[in-house]
Design a protein around this ligand. Structure first.
Ligand SMILES: [Zn+2]
Ligand SMILES: [Zn+2]
Length: 239
């Protein structure tokens, strides 16, 4: 079927050929600091052949109440009209660790299906304790967890929290550290773009290079993609 679909265009341009279609669980629209309105963001990912994309705009208690319903509404509409599965999410960003558990709960109550916590990247002064608070609160993903400690990685394993390998400039500086600890401890990794605009979207070739650059074996991108599928299946989006 895939071959037939592609035969009508050009085999070399067909987005469905090769390995599995891609997934990105961390992107931003102009509901926070992204460049695109959600419909354009998702249409551009669809045109690249993506299977699923989460919109995870930056939130704290000041904007959670209007960002989440808007993303939930547009995701529901787009999921009836487009081939890429849209997951409404949030990225709790620079929230003091003490407030992370209540905001994770509120985000879920309001309809966010994927809760990402903006982890302790070395590129920003994220409050110490953010990684641990996100893991303990049962976030789905700790994004760019920086110099995360071994005991926190072990906690992520026991809580079923995924850790992120980031393709974003600055945040990606500690990918090697995250990948090494995750491999030693058995934590699950996902690769995300943290896209803020079209120039950030990953091609499969770039995703494979970022994975390799993190020190993971050559074919690890497919494993990370499987982890993203596993995560989505766990939050009610079987693909
Ligand atoms: Zn972030
Ligand atoms: Zn982000």
């Amino acid at each position: 079927m895939v071959f037939l679909l592609c035969a009508f265009v050009s085999l070399s341009l067909c987005p469905f050929l090769g390995s599995e279609r891609m997934i990105d669980l961390h992107t931003h629209s102009l509901f926070s600091d992204g460049a695109l309105i959600p419909s354009e963001l998702i249409r551009r990912f669809e045109a690249m052949g993506y299977l699923a994309v989460a919109i995870t705009d930056h939130v704290d208690s000041s904007n959670l109440d209007h960002v989440v319903p808007s993303i939930v509404r547009v995701a529901e509409e787009l999921n009836h009209a487009q081939s890429v599965k849209v997951i409404p999410g949030v990225e709790l960003t620079h929230v003091p660790p003490v407030f992370i558990p209540s905001l994770v709960r509120r985000a879920r109550e309001m309809g966010a299906r994927l809760v990402v916590v903006h982890g302790e990247t070395i590129a920003e002064p994220v409050a110490p304790g953010t990684n641990r608070a996100g893991i303990e609160a049962g976030a789905d993903v700790i994004a760019h967890p920086g110099l995360i400690r071994p005991e926190e990685v072990k906690l992520a394993v026991s809580k079923g929290v995924f850790l992120e390998i980031s393709a974003r400039k600055g945040h990606s500086l500690t990918n090697g550290h995250v990948a090494k600890l995750a491999t030693e401890v058995g934590a699950r990794l996902v690769l995300n773009s943290d896209s803020h605009g079209p120039g950030d979207f990953m091609t499969e070739a770039f995703a494979a290079k970022v994975t390799q650059g993190a020190g993971l074996p050559l074919d690890s991108y497919q494993q990370l993609l499987s982890n993203s599928r596993l995560l989505l299946s766990g939050i009610g989006f079987p693909l």
